[in-house]
Ligand binder design. Structure first.
Ligand code: HEC
Ligand code: HEC
Ligand code: HEC
Ligand code: HEC
Ligand code: HEC
Ligand code: HEC
Ligand code: HEC
Ligand code: HEC
Ligand code: HEC
Ligand code: HEC
Length: 336
């Protein structure tokens, strides 16, 4: 094996980081040096062993990688994937590196990057397959295959840095780190969170994954869910969830986004309009809203009774009286 390595090293210049360093101990250096001398003493052009290409690619074992990939090998001891190294059940005992990189004996001899699988250089679908071999039955990945990220070629490794340790290495955990990751691609969404009325994402108090599952979900827009298939908003805004005796049609049927801009708004309460009445009159008016009219529809809701003087400031803020606009247990007009 030593001779093998040395033939290799005499033909390649390893990048400094991967070079066998003094940190690995003088003994090994001495062995390698001896090997190099032994190898160079031979007739150089004659390969010491049959060319690597003729050998079946097989597993070399993680230990073999340590020699040239010291830093990665060391860091890997703290990686959650290190359990693959010792767990008999997963079938990669002592071969954890090769569970993702594939059989590597050919590469350990040739040291050629083209003789080793590098997931970051595969197509997204192929790269995902490497990960999903072990990860596909986990509940967090429901819908992954059909998720928007998978469909749009955003692979696992675009969000997960396998060899990075630390709290936000392999998995972004703190809200700030998650937001930074998502904002990197979703720039316009992030811009909405800079508006005056928004959830506390820019302050790091909340993150995109409080509302979205990056791996896909059973709801549209990869929304997180509450209690099965209800909108994930209810995980925090449970008081809006009901079931109410008197439901307000749009809350239940069309969802929170009918009246709110969940990514942030210029309007108080993250409403879609700058005054509450304009939100309501979109549906509760004699005249259909311009959009409804364009679609050939009349008003959606009932018209306010005649005593509502819609020009008077008294009626500008409908929710002063209709307090339970998300639904009521006692009053069909949502007054209480
Ligand atoms: C004899 C030294 C040596 C050994 C042993 C070795 N490698 Fe490498 N490896 C290299 C060199 C040299 C490169 C090329 C580095 C470069 O081009 O930057 C490399 C590159 C790689 C790459 C990147 C390929 C790419 O396309 O960018 C991966 C992945 C890799 N090695 C994995 C492994 C694994 C896994 C093992 C253990 C099974 C291993 N190596 C053992 C020397 C070695
Ligand atoms: C869970 C899958 C997985 C395991 C296990 C794994 N790797 Fe990797 N490795 C990757 C992915 C994905 C990349 C490319 C993306 C990246 O750099 O994060 C990579 C990149 C590399 C590279 C190239 C780094 C560079 O900077 O170009 C080397 C070398 C490497 N791995 C060696 C190893 C060694 C050695 C082990 C075992 C100690 C190992 N890998 C275990 C998935 C894995
Ligand atoms: C050989 C099986 C195997 C392969 C292949 C594999 N993993 Fe893992 N992965 C595991 C195990 C085992 C764990 C740790 C135990 C657990 O949390 O399930 C883990 C944990 C993780 C974690 C969570 C770490 C944490 O702190 O909760 C992430 C993220 C992850 N893997 C991503 C990937 C990605 C991305 C790939 C593909 C490049 C991949 N894995 C390939 C087996 C695998
Ligand atoms: C768009 C970015 C993104 C993509 C793509 C992605 N992940 Fe994740 N993943 C995350 C984030 C963010 C978390 C942390 C979620 C949390 O804290 O709720 C996470 C968490 C995980 C976990 C830890 C389990 C958990 O819920 O704590 C595993 C395992 C995992 N991902 C594996 C994968 C695999 C396998 C793929 C590819 C099939 C993948 N991820 C694709 C962003 C992504
Ligand atoms: C590498 C770039 C990238 C990263 C990082 C990324 N996304 Fe995406 N995301 C996309 C692309 C591409 C699409 C599909 C096109 C679109 O809808 O913008 C998408 C779509 C989405 C969608 C729309 C789903 C739908 O059905 O319309 C949501 C929600 C989403 N991403 C959330 C997230 C979250 C949350 C994160 C962070 C954990 C994240 N994304 C990180 C690229 C990315
Ligand atoms: C308070 C909950 C919430 C948070 C936090 C949130 N979203 Fe959303 N997001 C939604 C809702 C609700 C929709 C669906 C709107 C609809 O149906 O049109 C959505 C839609 C999307 C879409 C698809 C439509 C579009 O507007 O482009 C993307 C992409 C997206 N979100 C990305 C993100 C990213 C990235 C973050 C973090 C920076 C984030 N979201 C944070 C609730 C949230
Ligand atoms: C992780 C918990 C969480 C989730 C999930 C969540 N919210 Fe919130 N929401 C909050 C908190 C906390 C506040 C108070 C914000 C503050 O004062 O900074 C808030 C405030 C609001 C407000 C009122 C803003 C104001 O000015 O009073 C609206 C409207 C709102 N959320 C709508 C939604 C919608 C719609 C969804 C789902 C798409 C959602 N929220 C999901 C935690 C959450
Ligand atoms: C029919 C329009 C409409 C729909 C649909 C709607 N809201 Fe509201 N929401 C409002 C109005 C109007 C206010 C402002 C109330 C006020 O001025 O006191 C408000 C205020 C809020 C507030 C802040 C004040 C409070 O009562 O806590 C939260 C949180 C909230 N909504 C969450 C939600 C969630 C979650 C959904 C989806 C389940 C939703 N809203 C659906 C109209 C709506
Ligand atoms: C997206 C359209 C829409 C918006 C916006 C909307 N509503 Fe409604 N509202 C409805 C529908 C549909 C009904 C059910 C009407 C029915 O049963 O005939 C309803 C019912 C009501 C009722 C119960 C009385 C009745 O006719 O059963 C009141 C009161 C009411 N809405 C007030 C409001 C207020 C106040 C706002 C603004 C905060 C508002 N609505 C915003 C569509 C809307
Ligand atoms: C000063 C208090 C007050 C304000 C402000 C107010 N309403 Fe009302 N609204 C009422 C009362 C009281 C009723 C009658 C309830 C009943 O008949 O039981 C009513 C009834 C309604 C109804 C019909 C309910 C039914 O049973 O058919 C609608 C629709 C309505 N209001 C919409 C609005 C809208 C839209 C606004 C804002 C432009 C608004 N209201 C502002 C007090 C108010």
């Amino acid at each position: 094996m030593l001779r093998l390595l040395c033939t290799a090293c005499s033909r390649f210049v390893c990048p400094p980081a991967r070079r066998i360093t003094a940190a690995r101990g003088g003994a090994l250096l001495a062995m390698v040096a001896a090997g190099i001398i032994a190898a160079s003493a031979q007739d150089k052009p004659t390969p010491a062993v049959p060319p690597a290409e003729n050998k079946p690619a097989d597993y070399a074992g993680s230990q073999a990688c340590q020699l040239c990939h010291e830093d990665i090998f060391k860091a890997f001891q703290k990686n959650p994937h290190h359990v693959v190294e010792t767990d008999k059940k997963r079938g990669f005992e002592n071969n954890a590196c090769e569970s993702c990189h594939g059989p590597a004996s050919k590469h350990t001899e040739s040291v050629s990057p083209s003789d080793i699988r590098q997931p970051a250089k595969l197509s997204p679908a192929e790269a995902d397959r490497v990960c999903l071999r072990c990860h596909q039955n986990q509940p967090t990945h429901t819908g992954r295959i059909n998720g928007s990220h998978a469909k749009n070629e955003v692979s696992c490794v675009s969000c997960h840095s396998i060899h990075k340790n630390g709290p936000n290495g392999l998995v972004a955990r703190t809200p700030a780190a998650v937001n930074e990751q998502c904002a990197g691609c979703h720039k316009t969404v992030w811009a909405s969170f800079q508006r005056p009325f928004k959830h506390r994402l820019p302050e790091g108090g909340m993150s995109c994954v409080d509302c979205h599952n990056p791996h896909g979900s059973l709801l549209p827009r990869q929304m997180q869910s509450a209690r099965g298939n209800e909108p994930g908003c209810f995980n925090c805004h449970g008081d809006k969830s009901g079931p109410f005796v008197f439901e307000h049609g749009p809350v239940r049927l069309e969802g929170c986004g009918t009246c709110h801009e969940p990514h942030g708004s210029a309007n108080p309460r993250m409403l879609t309009r700058h005054e509450v009445r304009f939100v309501c009159l979109e549906c509760h008016a004699n005249l259909p809203s311009p959009t409804a009219a364009a679609a050939g529809n009349g008003p959606l809701g009932t018209t306010p009774p005649a005593f509502h003087d819609l020009r008077s400031p008294r009626f500008a803020n409908c929710t002063v009286c209709h307090q339970k606009v998300h639904g009521s247990y006692v009053d069909r007009a949502f007054l209480k």
